[in-house]
Design a protein around this ligand. Structure first.
Ligand SMILES: [Zn+2]
Ligand SMILES: [Zn+2]
Length: 299
């Protein structure tokens, strides 16, 4: 074997070993998971379903697991388990990457990222549920759960990047792309992918034409009366003013893909989002731009 090949093989083995070692972090996550499940089961009595009217919602939030009714508990257990198993699945896909090549390898890497996203969502939900419990044990477990999860997520994220085989993304020269007088796209400030689209027209779910908005987490239609103002701002490439306009007339969060601090929009890959769940119900979505600016982008 030539020197080059043996070096390549050496690097590959090192990489495989690194991926293998991630299992240590996953096993920490598993241990915390089991502790939480034990904690939930520590008082099997739970609360009778009929007592659930005096709801947790009425707060003050002095709750321990034995005050939570069994149906809720089962839902929480499901979210904890889902978080863990999705991380395991992400790791399995990651682990398959070095042993595949070309398109197949990228497919595995993409599946890994998909599982990570599901894990993130399940984790967000489970963390919001654990937050309701305010006894010391629950607080401790919640912190350990978050630490263990974030560590697994970060390390898998970093490793999977190696296999995505992407060339460095190229930022677009202009952030607004005009398709025609009635159709504009806002492009991601990192990679140039379409992040938001505006078009004047009709949809199957609206009788009258309007301004259709499609963002990264939200799509909606505005009254046709807004068409002129919106198209004018798009024509002028004035995203900051457009954001203000939509903040006033569409929704409080304005353009969901827009970071006011950067004055840029980002695609769903580069504007990382996290859904917040409150006691099992969707609450809102936060977004982080690549510069780390955080804001609520959907409510
Ligand atoms: Zn992008
Ligand atoms: Zn930003």
């Amino acid at each position: 074997m030539g020197e080059f090949l043996s070096k390549l093989k050496e690097e590959q083995e090192k990489l495989e070993e690194q991926i293998w070692r991630i299992r240590d972090d996953i096993s920490t996550l598993e241990q915390v998971k089991d502790k939480i499940l034990n904690y939930f089961n520590s008082d099997n009595a739970g609360r009778s379903e009929s007592a659930e009217n005096s709801s947790i919602l009425d707060g003050p939030l002095y709750y321990s697991a034995d005050k939570v009714e069994n149906t809720t508990k089962r839902m929480w257990v499901k979210d904890i388990k889902e978080t863990y198993y999705m991380i395991v699945s992400a790791w399995q896909m990651l682990n398959a990457c070095p042993r595949n090549e070309g398109k197949k390898r990228i497919e595995k890497a993409k599946s890994c990222i998909k599982f990570l996203r599901i894990a993130e969502s399940a984790f967000g939900q489970s963390a919001s549920e654990l937050e309701i419990l305010t006894d010391d044990e629950a607080k401790k477990l919640n912190k350990a759960w978050a630490d263990a999860f974030q560590k697994c997520k970060a390390i898998i994220n970093e490793a999977v990047d190696i296999f995505m085989g992407k060339e460095k993304p190229v930022p677009p020269k202009v952030n607004v792309k005009k398709i025609n007088d009635n159709n504009f796209q806002l492009l991601c400030g990192v990679c140039g992918a379409v992040a938001v689209e505006f078009s004047v027209g009709k949809t199957w779910y609206h009788q009258n034409p309007g301004v259709l908005y499609t963002g990264i987490v939200k799509s909606t239609a505005l009254h046709i009366n807004h068409a002129e103002s919106i198209m004018k701002l798009l024509e002028a490439h004035n995203i900051a003013e457009l954001h203000k306009y939509l903040h006033e007339y569409m929704c409080y969060e304005g353009i969901d893909a827009y970071c006011p601090k950067c004055n840029k929009v980002y695609c769903s890959e580069h504007y990382r989002t996290r859904e917040v769940w409150d006691e099992g119900f969707y609450d809102c979505t936060y977004g982080w731009c690549p510069e780390g600016h955080k804001r609520m982008i959907d409510d």
